[in-house]
Design a protein around this ligand. Structure first.
Ligand SMILES: [Zn+2]
Length: 277
C-alpha cells in the first residue's frame, strides 16, 4: 500500500508532469475499480484540464474543470507515467492521456477504487472524510496527540493505524515509529505514560519527515515503492542492539519489533529478552 511518503512523492511528480494539461484520450481496461457519482463515464474528462492534484487521507484527487477523479489505491494500486511507446500494461485498470504522456492506474488485486464525482462532492465517497489529523501538519502537536491517546482503550499499534485518528500511518511506518519510540506494538494505550506519549509523538514526526525526504531524494519512478531504508519492517537484525527482530500479530497484521529495545510491559507475553537471541 502506498503510505504517506509515497503518496506525497507521487503527488509531487504528477503535479510536475500533468498540471495544466488537458486529457486527450481515455481507456478503461477493467471497470470493476471505477465508481461514478455523475452520469457518464471517464470520457467526461476528455478536453478538460487538470487544475489541481490534492491528497485527502489515502486518496489522490485529480481536480478537473467541474469534475474530480478521486483514487484510493488501497493495497496494491499503483500509478505510472508512461511515455510514448511504453508497452507495459500489466494490471492496467484505466489510463488517461495528456498529449504525449499517459497516466496509468494499475492494480493487480483490484481492491483500489476510483470515483468520478462532481467538483468537491466528497460526501459521495465512502471513507474519504476520515477526520484524522495530518501527522505532517502544524496541527499535529504533542497536546493534540496526548488528547487522542487519552481516549484510546486499544493497543498502541491499532491506534497508530486508525485513519480516523491519524492521517496517516500504514503497517510499515507504524513499525518504524514504535521502534523509534522503543514501545512494544502490543502495549495498551492506557498503560503509556505522559513521557511515552511525547516520545511517540516525536517519533511519528521524525520518522515521517525523514521518510518523506528520503523518498523524494531517491526520485524513483512513481510505481516503485521505496522501502529499503526502513530499520525494522521485514528486517532480520535490530540496527540498535544487533539482536534478532521478531514479529507479533496485532489484529491480524504482522508487526516487526525488537524484543530488547521494545520490551513488553504486561505479563503473559513471551519474554524474548530472556530467550536465546
Ligand atoms: Zn534492539
Amino acid at each position: 500500500m502506498p503510505e504517506l511518503p509515497d503518496l506525497l512523492h507521487i503527488q509531487a511528480r504528477l503535479r510536475e508532469r500533468l498540471l495544466g494539461r488537458t486529457v486527450s484520450a481515455e481507456r478503461v481496461r477493467d471497470p470493476v475499480v471505477l465508481r461514478f457519482a455523475v452520469r457518464g463515464n471517464l470520457s467526461l474528462l476528455l478536453g478538460r484540464a487538470l487544475q489541481d492534484l490534492v491528497r485527502h487521507a489515502h486518496f489522490l484527487v485529480f481536480r478537473f474543470e467541474g469534475l474530480d477523479l478521486a483514487v484510493n489505491p488501497m493495497l496494491a494500486g499503483r500509478f505510472r507515467l508512461a511515455e510514448p511507446g511504453d508497452k507495459d500494461e500489466f494490471a492496467l485498470v484505466f489510463a488517461l492521456a495528456f498529449g504525449d504522456v499517459e497516466l496509468r492506474y494499475l492494480d493487480d488485486k483490484k481492491m483500489g477504487k476510483a470515483y468520478l464525482i462532481g467538483s468537491g462532492d466528497f460526501g459521495a465517497i465512502p471513507g474519504m472524510q476520515t477526520g484524522g489529523v495530518d501527522v505532517l501538519s502544524p496541527a499535529f502537536t504533542r497536546e493534540r496527540f496526548a488528547s487522542l491517546l487519552k481516549q484510546r482503550r486499544d493497543q498502541v499499534r491499532v491506534f497508530l493505524l486508525d485513519k480516523k485518528a491519524l492521517d496517516s500511518l500504514g503497517n510499515a511506518y507504524a513499525d518504524e515509529v514504535l521502534f523509534e519510540a522503543g514501545i512494544h506494538p502490543k502495549t495498551f494505550c492506557r498503560s503509556l505514560s505522559h513521557e511515552d506519549g511525547v516520545r511517540l509523538h516525536d517519533a511519528i514526526v521524525k520518522v515521517m519527515q525523514e521518510a518523506v525526504a528520503e523518498v523524494a531524494e531517491r526520485a524513483e519512478p512513481i510505481d516503485v515503492k521505496v522501502r529499503d531504508f526502513l530499520k525494522v519492517r521485514r528486517k532480520e537484525t535490530c540496527p540498535r542492539c544487533g539482536g534478532k527482530l521478531r514479529t507479533a500479530g496485532v489484529k491480524g497484521m504482522d508487526s516487526w519489533f525488537c524484543p530488547h529495545c521494545q520490551p513488553a510491559r504486561r505479563p503473559g507475553f513471551v519474554d524474548w529478552t530472556r530467550t536465546e537471541k
